[in-house]
Unconditional design. Sequence first.
Lengths: 194, 77
Amino acid sequence: MSETDTEGRRLATDARDRVRFEEDALALSDQVYRVARHLVRDREEADDLMQETYARAFRSWRSFTPGTNLRAWLLRILTNLNIDRGRKQQRSPDFQPLEEGDYFLYNKLEETSDGPTDEERVVERLSQDDVVTALSAVPHDFRDVVVLVDIGDFTYADAAQILDIPVGTVMSRLHRGRRILKQAMAESAVGEDA
Amino acid sequence: MSEIPCEHCEQLMQPYLDRVLSDSERAEAEAHLDLCSYCRKRYRFEEHLRQFVREVAVGQMPPELKRKLAELRTPLL
């Protein structure tokens, strides 16, 4: 076989692998967007970030190891870009809210309801707006973890890898982030006195 | 009443739902939930809440963005 033939085959294989990678990445775009949308402030920002993420992913597709978690790989690019875009400058100072326990939201919704209700009905007192508003009120570092685990369905280990932080930090931020989220949902659903 | 107090069950609730408790911790939480209607109500609420947050925190990708992402692919020669 001539050198030209060998080179031709290599190029064909390379092109096939690249096209497959691009198709796989695009097939995951809805799932990536769903997470991206809640990592940033608004839709425009999410749209820009998605385009930057996919442009970078397509350029550096060779650094992806086939067989590993492509969705996590894409989200890692996205969160790094989000940080590069200057998010760290907007980072909240150490957040020390009055933290309530895990039962706080249920207790608050139950005590402000008209009569006895089952647990499902208590959840129904929350609206989509309550959740979305509350999520945006959670400081970035905590929100990233809550969004990846509770909305993106990533494991603690995946979230740690995406955010480049230890698993223990994921766990502590998740614990705190969920409590802050519940407190914000209570404020949104019940009022300022929550 | 079960052996662990409600405060301890409350602490175990999130890791229980995340399925990251050890076998013995899970058994403790389940034994408490079997006997304590106060915590059981709150456990069911937490389950529904997680599902609700996942459902409503949607982000439907605009078709225009989908098209733009597809255009970013490397053109075939």
